[in-house]
Design a protein around this ligand. Structure first.
Ligand code: FAD
Ligand code: SIN
Length: 534
């Protein structure tokens, strides 16, 4: 029903990070583009991205090497055609970004590259040392603001997708500037809502990363994939009571070492690439050392590196740690892994189309298949650029998506929050939304974390299913986020229980090996049907 507050635009983009902004610039020639961001404009994972953006642009590098490294890190589960698109189109997208004013760090006139884990070449471009994401966003925002058809609309929290007969017609959102629920229709909608780190108690992600996009798409009956693959970044600052600030992998690329609390360097015992092994290997090694030494953390040691170089190369990290009275050039830095990145999400084809007509997805919310079971460091900013631009191009054209698997267990049904009743909640229930999401985040951290097993996963699935929340009425951002966290937590736990093997970031101590009996399969889930593999 069209209400007084309904409006119509040509395109809606949910999210103003790298994927959303890249798409907006592409879409601008097609009409009125409305970009909604749930918080202030710049508040996104992109803004906090540190290490850099990977692309085969250095003299000793090749696109085929980038392809090979990405496939290897993905542990058999990457969609090779998607990875080809990523590594082949990436360099052109980077040049485009430079034309729009992006200032990467340089050695003289040449672009400067750093090394990160599981890359066979130094191929990671960076800016202001360790503030790559914020410089990218500055350049994209500047370009977008020069295009009159783009309307940037911050503090607008999208609550639901409007769906009719499997087609997405628009979105409902909460305009926090006026506290008004609103509804806007559009010819096509792009989900670029980013990640879901806050589904876990400990995360490197900013607080906007609650999995809203996956939760909305799931409720609209879109196909969701590979939710069990959550990447834990090995090195988040561990200071009691402080957020888990990221300590970039580029520190290890520049020579930082990991030591347990007995000050032993341990990574060479776990992998030939030592500190530059794939992230899942490093994260598990840290957990094992923590258990062995009965400690809550291990150390990152940069004390043997040139202090002036460290301060210049990593100014943001240096300053942030100093605020916690840690001088990274002189002190050992307490760290432990934290939830960082979701490889899974809303299934898309190579053009960003989802299983719902006129709904597209790009960036961390999407499951393009480029990252397989484990993302190669610094590939996600690149994914946002490449697939943001591709999704926009498809939205402008007449793209007909195909090739999504059909659920064997029935037809997905759109509906309210999983487990919700239609009864409006009393205001006094507000507190229980917060409590429910806090419990869900603790369950995921304790039972669906870095090392998993069937017993704890079953307990997690059972308990998460028992938590019931009513559809928030009237909706508030905090209550809706809690519902989204619960919906997404359930998906991760169910998919993790269903995958009875270890692969990439999904490690099960009761199934410690890959299932080699059949070709690697993606997991799928949709509202109203059980997890299936294809
Ligand atoms: P984001 O940049 O997270 O943007 C999401 C947007 O969606 C935001 O504008 C948000 O407001 C909006 N949004 C969310 N929900 C709603 C809603 N309900 N309604 C309206 N708007 C909504 N990757 C790399 O490749 N290299 C790195 O060096 C790197 N470093 C990282 C460091 C940190 C600390 C973190 C957290 C991540 C890092 N990553 C890095 C990962 C990378 O930053 C992200 O995967 C990437 O930026 C995601 O981009 P995005 O556009 O998909 O989403
Ligand atoms: C980092 O700087 O370590 C983060 C890089 C990434 O997540 O790709």
């Amino acid at each position: 029903m069209v209400t007084r507050k309904d409006s119509k635009v040509d395109y809606i983009i949910l999210g103003g990070g790298i994927a959303g902004m890249r798409a907006a610039i592409e879409l601008a020639r097609g009409g009125h583009v409305l970009v909604l961001t749930k918080d202030e404009l710049y508040e996104s994972s992109t803004e906090y991205a540190q290490g850099g953006i990977a692309a085969a642009l250095s003299e000793d590098d090749e696109v085929t090497l980038h392809l090979h490294d990405t496939l290897l890190a993905g542990d058999g589960l990457c969609r090779e055609e998607a990875v080809r698109v990523l590594v082949e189109e990436g360099p052109r997208q980077i040049h485009q970004l430079i034309e729009w004013g992006m200032r990467f760090d340089r050695n003289g006139t040449k672009l400067a590259f750093t090394r990160e884990g599981a890359h066979s070449r130094s191929r990671v471009l960076h800016a202001h040392g360790d503030s790559t994401g914020s410089e990218i966003l500055r350049a994209l925002m500047a370009k977008a603001k020069s295009l009159p058809t783009i309307q940037l609309y911050p503090r607008a929290f999208a609550t639901e997708l409007l769906v009719e007969d499997g087609s997405v017609l628009g979105v409902t959102y909460l305009d926090e500037k006026t506290s008004t629920p609103r509804c806007t229709r559009a010819g096509a909608v792009l989900l670029a809502t980013g990640g879901l780190g806050h589904v876990y108690k400990e995360t490197t992600n900013p607080s906007v990363a609650c999995g809203d996009g996956v939760a909305m798409a799931y409720r609209a009956a879109a196909l969701i994939s590979d939710m069990e693959f959550v990447q834990f970044h090995p090195t988040a600052l561990f200071v009691q009571g402080a957020p888990r600030f990221l300590l970039s992998e580029a520190l290890r690329g520049e020579g930082a070492q990991l030591r347990n609390i007995l000050l032993e360097r341990f990574m060479p015992r776990y992998h030939e690439a030592a500190e530059l092994a794939p992230r899942d290997v490093v994260a598990r090694a840290i957990i094992r050392e923590m258990h062995k030494t009965r400690s809550e953390f291990v150390y990152l040691d940069m004390t043997s590196l040139d202090a002036e170089h460290v301060k210049k190369r990593f100014p943001r990290i240096y300053a942030t740690c100093l605020n916690h009275n840690i001088d990274i050039t002189a002190d050992l830095v307490p760290i432990r892994p934290a939830a960082h990145y979701s490889m899974g999400g809303v299934v898309t084809d190579l053009q960003g189309a989802t299983s719902l007509t006129q709904l597209f997805a790009a960036g961390e919310v999407a499951a393009t298949g480029v990252h397989g079971a484990n993302r190669l460091a610094s590939n996600s900013l690149l994914e946002g650029l490449v697939f943001g631009a591709r999704a926009a191009a498809a939205m402008l054209g007449k793209h007909v998506p195909k090739g999504f698997p059909s659920p064997p267990g029935g037809t997905p049904q759109a509906g309210p929050y999983a487990g919700a009743t239609a009864i409006p909640s009393e205001p006094s229930l507000a507190d229980s939304y917060q409590k429910a999401s806090e419990e869900a985040r603790a369950i995921l951290w304790d039972k669906v974390g870095i090392i998993r097993d069937g017993k704890h996963l079953s307990e997690a699935v059972k308990r998460l299913a028992e938590i019931h929340l009513q559809d928030p009425h009237p909706p508030t951002r905090l209550d809706c986020e809690s519902c989204n966290i619960l919906d997404v937590a359930r998906l991760i736990a169910r998919c993790a229980l269903a995958r009875e093997e270890s692969r990439g970031a999904h490690y099960r101590s009761d199934f410690p090996l890959k299932n080699e009996a059949k070709p690697p399969q993606h997991s799928y889930v949709s509202r109203g049907i059980p997890v299936f593999f294809d």
